[in-house]
Design a protein around this ligand. Structure first.
Ligand SMILES: C[S@@+](CC[C@H](N)C(=O)[O-])C[C@H]1O[C@@H](n2cnc3c(N)ncnc32)[C@H](O)[C@@H]1O
Ligand SMILES: Nc1nc2[nH]cc(C(=O)O)c2c(=O)[nH]1
Ligand code: SF4
Ligand SMILES: [Mg+2]
Length: 217
């Protein structure tokens, strides 16, 4: 089964507020590499557009929404439907820039579980089976998003980030799974500190970007 697809459409656009078309950067069937669902098959839908500006972002090509073709949600759902994993991860870019209600309701109507990767910088839209909240210093999460987080995944870039991680952990629900994930370019250097932190603070778990070690998308 083909796992990637390229698109050709106009590039300058305004994303409609009704969520009927979304700027699609790429979509691919792979293994969820991070967080609580690591190791499970999922179809990733990567939407273009992000104004958070993390200097270590591993997908800066996503930031400019206008580079990514507006695609109807019918087309997106049709592309996702054949894959046996029956799970979609909506990511970006920052997917909460957009109204995700129509996309997620159509996915769920087609028997597909819906998961999101978000910084939480904007209020939640969409109907979700799993919410991964990954807060950022550069644009704090909207307060309304914390209660919906199934997992909190904090990126550790330097040692002061552990304290910052605890501030966010204090804001999520008691059933939210807590993950510390090393920033990729500093992972080797940071791992010993993350390991010691989790050993001393066992409410946290380690999350690695396992897809990068597996050399898959
Ligand atoms: C590219 S972001 C897109 C979704 C959303 N904008 C967000 O930040 O959650 C997907 C995930 O990758 C993480 N991530 C991005 N760059 C990373 C890096 N250099 N090292 C480790 N994790 C990274 C983010 O924190 C987020 O959990
Ligand atoms: N395999 C794989 N797992 C992922 N988990 C979160 C990702 C993301 O970029 O949102 C991601 C990704 O890009 N690839
Ligand atoms: S919020 Fe996500 S997509 Fe946006 S810059 Fe940060 S890591 Fe990249
Ligand atoms: Mg990624």
């Amino acid at each position: 089964m083909e796992s990637t697809k390229t698109f050709k459409t106009a590039s300058i656009h305004q994303v409609p507020k009704d969520g009927s078309r979304l700027p699609l950067m790429e979509a691919f069937y792979t293994i969820q590499g991070e967080g609580g669902n690591t190791g499970t098959a999922a179809y990733f839908i990567r939407l273009g557009g992000c104004d958070v500006g993390c200097h270590w972002c591993d997908v800066k090509e996503s930031w400019d929404a206008e580079l990514h073709p507006l695609t109807t949600i019918e087309e997106i759902v049709e592309m996702a439907s054949p894959f046996p994993g029956k799970t979609v991860v909506v990511t970006g870019g920052e997917p909460l820039l957009y109204n995700l209600n129509p996309l997620t309701s159509q996915l769920q109507e087609n028997g597909i579980r819906t998961m999101i990767e978000t910084s939480g910088a904007y209020p939640l839209s969409g109907y979700w089976d799993w919410v991964c909240l990954s807060p950022k210093k550069f644009k704090a999460p909207d307060a309304s998003v914390y209660p919906f987080a199934d997992e909190l995944k904090v990126i550790i870039f330097n040692k002061s980030d552990f304290k910052w991680a605890e501030e966010h952990a204090a804001r999520v629900g008691e059933h939210t799974k807590l993950y510390l994930q090393p920033e990729w370019s500093k992972a080797n250097q940071l791992m010993p500190f993350i390991v010691e932190y989790v050993k001393s603070n066992p409410k946290w778990r380690v999350s690695l970007q396992t897809h990068k070690y597996m050399d898959i998308p």
